[in-house]
Write a protein that binds this ligand. Structure first.
Ligand code: LLP
Length: 450
């Protein structure tokens, strides 16, 4: 989606030129992932809507999502993978907003869920349970029964005890539990250690030797149907090689499993496609990804399932916040905004980099930390970085915040969850209401007073 020709984004990683003794960032990026958010007439816009107008109307902090970006990402991936016609199951954990989900469902997406709560949200958004896969190492019996009754496509199963529990729940509910064991192919996805999941030391899945035995066990269990095999090696992976390596390993298993189990028909290759967070990142282009994995998948004769999360929604969202104070001490400058680690925890939790843009174009540059109001030193959105030169009341946009942003938000420090707005062209509408202080205490009955 190219909304503005000759797009100019103010990106911290860009080239600097002098500007009256100050540095001014002047960058022309070709960041295909970020082009839903562009400057128009000196104002950063989400598609055709000025972020300033949204901030004034809905307050800050505010998550803003581009619907067109969600659609474009989905279509690009579906197109790249068309030779194997995958069932693309959006990984709801990345952004469980109902309107985001609905947008992708309307594109033809299925869903990858990880809890009963996500299944509830998915059904409320109108998802067809027959296009839902259910992952996670700790599914409770209640969650399993709920999913069985709903008629989900299959469970991705992380252990033998889980297969036994699904079997027991299926017997109890008079249903059939379709399962795909999650294999841990032990490849290094070369990503942050907290979001690497396919190495042998991680808690996820079964190692290769155990996998075949687990299928043999499951074949004996009542009300279990062996539906397929699952893998997911990690998140924010920027090269196709780890996917190629993992798929090369699992396809041998698939060949064997297909001959052993006539109902075996799905290979779920998980999510993990990385996106651009800063100008220097080379995002993994779906065409490159497809070129490395499709040839391995084509001849398997299996229905391929994918579980992209971040790829679909990461660069569909920004977090708009307002500067409260600019302060400095002997060492540093701090720009204090009204968004904190409770609204976007990725920088604190993973030292994740999010580009920070001024909503008003053409600001100079200062160096320092962008921090929130939370009482923790770890409460920062950007640490030790070049930041737009802003003052009290100015607006900033934390970019690439559409995945694992609002979804990981909390009310820590009794800060209500923030509002979410969706934009398409020049239309904008609220897709998540800002919580109130009353919402914060709604579930807490006070002890009776004497
Ligand atoms: N499938 C499974 C089984 C997963 O565990 C995940 C993510 C996905 C699919 C989607 O992965 P994606 O395509 O989004 O990379 N909170 C971290 C990311 C945690 C990922 C957890 N699993 C972050 O903010 O980077």
């Amino acid at each position: 989606m190219a909304l503005t020709p000759g797009r100019v984004l103010c990106k911290a990683a860009g080239a600097r030129t002098g500007n009256g003794g100050r540095n001014r960032i002047v960058v022309t990026t070709d960041s295909m992932d970020m082009d839903a958010f562009t400057y128009r007439n000196g104002e950063l816009c989400a598609e055709g809507v000025a972020l300033r107008a949204l901030a004034d109307q809905h307050g800050t902090p505010l998550y803003v999502y581009s619907q067109t970006h969600l659609q474009t990402q989905y279509r690009t991936l579906a197109q790249a993978m068309r030779a194997v016609k995958p069932l693309i199951c959006f990984s709801v954990k990345a952004n469980s907003n109902g309107a985001v989900m609905r947008t992708l469902l309307d594109e033809g997406s299925g869903l990858d869920i990880v809890s009963g709560g996500e299944l509830y949200r998915a059904r409320r958004a109108g998802a067809d349970p027959a296009r839902i896969v259910f992952a996670g190492v700790g599914k409770t019996a209640d969650e399993i029964r709920y999913a069985l009754r709903a008629g989900i496509l299959f469970f991705t199963v992380e252990s033998e005890p889980e297969a036994r529990r699904i079997s027991a729940c299926a017997v109890e509910t008079g249903t059939i539990g379709r399962i795909a064991f999650r294999i841990n192919p032990d490849v290094d996805p070369q990503t942050h250690k907290y979001i690497s999941t396919g190495k042998k030391e991680n808690k996820f899945g079964l190692d290769a030797e155990r996998t075949l035995k687990a299928y043999a066990l499951a074949a004996q269990l009542p009300n279990i149907e062996i539906a397929g095999l699952h893998m997911h090696i990690g998140s924010q992976i920027l090269t196709a090689q780890p996917f190629h390596d993992a798929v090369s390993i699992v396809r041998e298993f698939c060949r064997t499993l297909k001959t052993l189990h006539p109902t075996f028909r799905y290979l779920d290759i998980g999510g993990g496609i990385g996106i651009r967070y800063k100008a220097a990142d080379q995002p993994l282009d779906p065409a490159t990804y497809a070129a490395r994995v499709v040839p391995l998948l084509e001849e398997l004769g299996l229905q391929i399932v994918m579980e992209p999360g971040r790829y679909l929604c990461g660069n569909a969202g920004v977090l708009v916040c307002r500067v409260q104070y600019v302060k400095d001490n002997a060492f540093k400058k701090f720009v204090v905004v009204d968004a904190g680690m409770n609204d976007l925890i990725r920088p604190s939790l993973y030292q994740a980099h999010h580009d920070i843009l001024s909503v008003a174009e053409g600001r100079g540059v200062i160096h320092g930390d962008l921090v929130g109001p939370i009482c923790e030193s770890g409460d920062f959105l950007a640490a030790d970085r070049d930041l737009p030169e802003v003052g009290e009341g100015d607006l900033l946009a934390v970019t690439s915040a559409g995945a694992y942003g609002f979804a990981m938000a909390s009310t820590y420090n009794s800060r209500p969850l923030v509002a979410e707005v969706m934009v398409n062209g020049d239309r904008a509408w609220v897709v998540g209401q800002r919580e109130t202080w009353e919402d914060l205490v709604r579930r807490e009955p006070l002890p009776a007073t004497a």
